[in-house]
Design a protein around this ligand. Sequence first.
Ligand code: PLP
Length: 371
Amino acid sequence: MAAPAPRPGILDIAPYIGGESSAPGVNRLIRLASNEGAHGPSPHAVAAYTRDAEAIHRYPDGGATRLRTALGRKWGLDAQRIVVGCGSDELIGLLCRAYAGPGDEVLHSAHGFLMYPIAAHTVGATPMAAPEHDLTTDVDAILAQVTDRTRIVFLANPNNPTGSYLPAAEMARLHAGLPGDVLLVIDAAYAEYVDRPDYEPGIALVEAHDNVVMTRTFSKIYALGGLRLGWAYCPAAIADVLNRVRGPFNVGAPALAAGLAALEDHDFVAMSQRHNDTWRAWFSAQVTALGLRAYPSVTNFVLIGFPGSGDAPDRGARAAEAARQFLKRHGILVRQMGAYGLADCLRVTIGREDEMRAVVEVLGRFLAEPS
Ligand SMILES: *Cc1c(COP(=O)(O)O)cnc(C)c1O
């Protein structure tokens, strides 16, 4: 019997497996699997969301004018070239829809964010992965993979799930090596956590060139993942394209209101940055002292490597999965990394102090058990 068939590429998508959010039989749950922000949302964001509740029969401002104006003011950007999306995931998908299709290649780094290959498959394009060097993006490896079919290069900077970043000079070198008709998308979801003098989130490249887009999110330091709010800073022509392909009311009014309030709560953001600096350093040191590898991170998570060995290469993967299950039985959820090709690693979000102490304590118990 005939049945509707999806377009080529759709069934190549490996369904996205998010961080777990529940563990049966556990009374206190510590959720460190989705990088959601340690302290919950700003109280001002919650108040703005609640205040808007009685007006949800009204369509939102489809132009997101107040939020774009505030973003422009905060970051010194032309608000006309900001496009707001239902999470930056939507913007990643729209960029693929507008700029890539069957026969085209969409390039990302080997351990890059999984939404890039998913979004590429969605439009029938072929995702291509460039190898990394010690879990850090390798500019030369990306440039070596560019062909005349390459339409988009996606790069998270800093990267999820590795936590590493490329300095501004490397990003400029990457851009300089790309043909002008290839779109470079810099996904700066974790930019607010980075405190390095040689880091630049991508604004300078967007300002200087016609083929660079920067995406940002309210899901991480602003801790509004449940609302779905992100934005892109674009060259004028690309902003025009995104505004044509997006839904006219792609972001809900409560999300716009909460995002605006979160953006203006500078104390909350500063507190979150300080907390993250302190506890990321503490956690990395503790994990190292336990004999595991804490990959250097500039984000609100740490990738932890479990040792393998030459004669038993999957030992690290088995240890990582056993540790994850052990943590889960103790009510602690962290992220499995198999889908990222890093099965011997776990990714742990920086949570509150008591949560980080609990992870270290339970991991220590796991490692002390005879295996
Ligand atoms: C979390 C994350 C995002 C954010 O996605 P939203 O759709 O805005 O929630 C984007 N890119 C990367 C690399 C991320 O880790």
